[in-house]
Write a protein that binds this ligand. Structure first.
Ligand code: SF4
Length: 414
C-alpha cells in the first residue's frame, strides 16, 4: 500500500532479538490509520509504536506517530509530533512491537534495517535534553529520538516518553518503557516513500503547506501574544480548552513581565513551526524556555493558580526535561500545594514539580487542555488526517475536501 512499508520491527527485549514481520497489503487496508493498526498488534504487556500512511511523506506536517501500551501496562494511547516517526518509516518500518523486559537498561538503535541493543548505563540520571543529545550523537546527520527521563527511572507513575526533546507521549508511557528497562530508541533512515500519484501529491502538498503556513492559526501558534491566539481560535470556531483560556488572563501580566518569542522551529516537514523559544525578560524566572504550545505551560496555572508566566514556563521545563506528562504533573503539583494551603505560590509549585520526579502518582487533571478540535468546522477530516499521520495543527487550516484530495493523491483511491 502506498505510504506504508508493509513491515514491522518486532523486538524481544528479554532475548535482545529483533526481527522483521511482514504485514500484508490486505491487513494495511483493513486496519488503515495509526489507531487501528497499532491496536491490531497490541498485546497485553507490550508496547506498540505505530506510524500512519502519510507519516514521513513530504506533506504539510506529515510526522505523527502513536505510542500504545497494552492493558497490562496501564497507560493511555497517544500520538506525538517530531522526527522519530518519519525516521522510523524511512528505516523501512511502519511500526515497532516491543515485548519482554531487558535484564539491564538498554536503548535500541535502528539504522535502516540494522537494529542494535546498547547499554543505557551512561544515560541514567540525565535530563531529557542530555539523553537526546547522547542518542542523537549515534548518527552523523539526522535522526529521531524517543527517550524516557529521570522521572521514569525514579518511579513517577505519570512519567512519559519524550519524542525529540519536546513532545510528550501519553502519561505513564515512560513508566511503561522503564518497566521494560527500555531507556530509548533512536532511528535514522535513508529510505524513500512514494505517493500513489507523485506529481499530483506534490502540487497538493505544496499548496496545503502554503495555506497552513499562512493561516491565522499558524501565525497564532507562533505568537507570544495571547490576543493573537484567541482571535485565531474564534476564527476557526475552535473551542479553546483550559490552558488556552488562560491566554486571555495572561495578556496584562505579560505586558508587565515581557515575554517574547525568540525563535520558532518545526518538526519534520512542518509548514507552521509551533516549537517556540520564549524569552522572559525580567524577574526571578528571567531566561529562555522552549515549549511547543502555550497550553503546556499554562496547565500549571489552572492546576496551581500561579500567575507568573516565567514560573509557569519554568515548571513546564522541569516537567519536560525530567520526562513527565504536563497535565498530570500540574495536577499532582496543584494537589500538593493546595493541601499545604500554598496555591498560587510559584516556589511551592516548582518544589512540588521536583517532588513529582520520584513521587508522582497518577492524578486526574481538573480539565482537558488544548484545543477542542471536535468543535472545529472540519472535525471529521481533522481526526482522519491525524490518524493518517498529519499534525492536527496543519489539518485544522485545511478544508475537508483538501485533506481528502491530499490523502487520495498520497495513498491512491481504495
Ligand atoms: S505545528 Fe507544531 S507540533 Fe505540528 S508539526 Fe509543526 S512544529 Fe510540530
Amino acid at each position: 500500500m502506498y505510504g506504508m512499508n508493509g513491515k514491522l520491527l518486532v523486538v524481544d527485549l528479554a532475548r535482545k532479538k529483533a526481527e522483521t514481520k511482514a504485514v500484508r497489503e490486505a491487513t494495511l487496508k483493513k486496519y488503515r490509520g495509526i489507531d487501528a493498526l497499532a491496536k491490531k498488534y497490541l498485546k497485553n504487556d507490550d508496547i506498540v509504536i505505530m506510524t500512519g500512511p502519510m507519516t514521513g511523506l513530504l506533506g504539510p506536517c506529515a510526522n505523527r506517530y502513536g505510542v500504545y501500551c497494552g492493558r497490562g501496562v496501564k497507560a493511555p494511547n497517544g500520538t506525538l509530533a517530531g522526527f522519530f516517526g518519519p525516521e522510523l518509516k524511512l528505516c523501512g518500518f511502519d511500526g515497532i512491537v516491543i515485548s519482554g523486559k531487558a535484564e539491564k537498561p538498554l536503548y535500541i538503535t535502528v539504522q535502516d534495517g540494522a537494529v542494535k541493543f546498547r547499554s543505557a548505563a551512561a544515560l541514567a540520571g540525565k535530563s531529557v535534553d542530555a539523553r537526546t543529545a547522547a542518542l542523537a550523537g549515534q548518527f552523523p546527520v539526522k535522526c529521531g529520538v524517543l527517550t524516557i527521563g529521570k522521572a521514569a527511572e525514579e518511579g513517577c507513575k505519570f512519567a512519559a516518553v519524550i519524542g525529540d526533546r519536546l513532545y510528550s507521549g501519553p502519561a505513564g508511557s515512560g513508566a511503561a518503557f522503564a518497566a521494560k528497562n527500555l531507556a530509548g530508541i533512536v532511528a535514522n533512515g535513508s529510505g524513500k516513500l512514494e505517493a500513489a500519484d507523485p506529481d499530483k501529491y506534490w502540487d497538493l502538498a505544496m499548496a496545503a503547506r502554503k495555506k497552513a503556513a499562512q493561516s491565522k492559526f499558524a501565525i497564532a501558534l507562533g505568537s507570544a501574544d495571547a490576543r493573537v491566539s484567541l482571535a485565531a481560535a474564534g476564527e476557526l470556531q475552535a473551542r479553546p480548552l483550559a490552558g488556552y483560556r488562560n491566554l486571555e488572563r495572561r495578556v496584562d501580566r505579560d505586558a508587565a513581565l515581557p515575554v517574547s518569542v525568540e525563535r520558532r522551529r518545526g518538526c519534520y516537514s512542518c509548514a507552521i513551526g509551533c516549537r517556540k523559544l520564549y524569552r522572559v525578560e525580567r524577574g526571578a524566572y528571567k531566561g529562555l524556555y522552549e515549549s511547543p504550545a502555550p497550553e503546556l505551560a499554562d496547565v500549571f496555572e489552572d492546576e496551581c493558580l500561579v500567575k507568573n508566566t516565567g514560573a509557569l514556563l519554568k515548571a513546564y521545563e522541569l516537567c519536560r526535561n525530567n520526562g513527565m506528562d504536563p497535565a498530570e504533573c500540574a495536577a499532582y503539583a496543584g494537589k500538593i500545594i493546595r493541601k499545604a494551603r500554598k496555591a498560587g505560590d510559584a516556589k511551592a509549585m516548582l518544589e512540588a514539580v521536583r517532588k513529582a520526579v520520584s513521587e508522582g502518582k497518577r492524578t486526574k487533571p481538573a480539565a482537558a487542555y488544548g484545543y477542542d478540535f471536535a468543535a472545529v468546522r472540519n472535525k471529521e477530516s481533522n481526526a482522519f488526517a491525524a490518524d493518517l499521520g498529519m499534525c492536527p495543527f496543519a489539518a485544522v487550516s485545511l478544508s475537508a475536501s483538501e485533506i481528502k484530495a491530499l490523502a487520495a493523491a498520497a495513498l491512491g483511491k481504495e
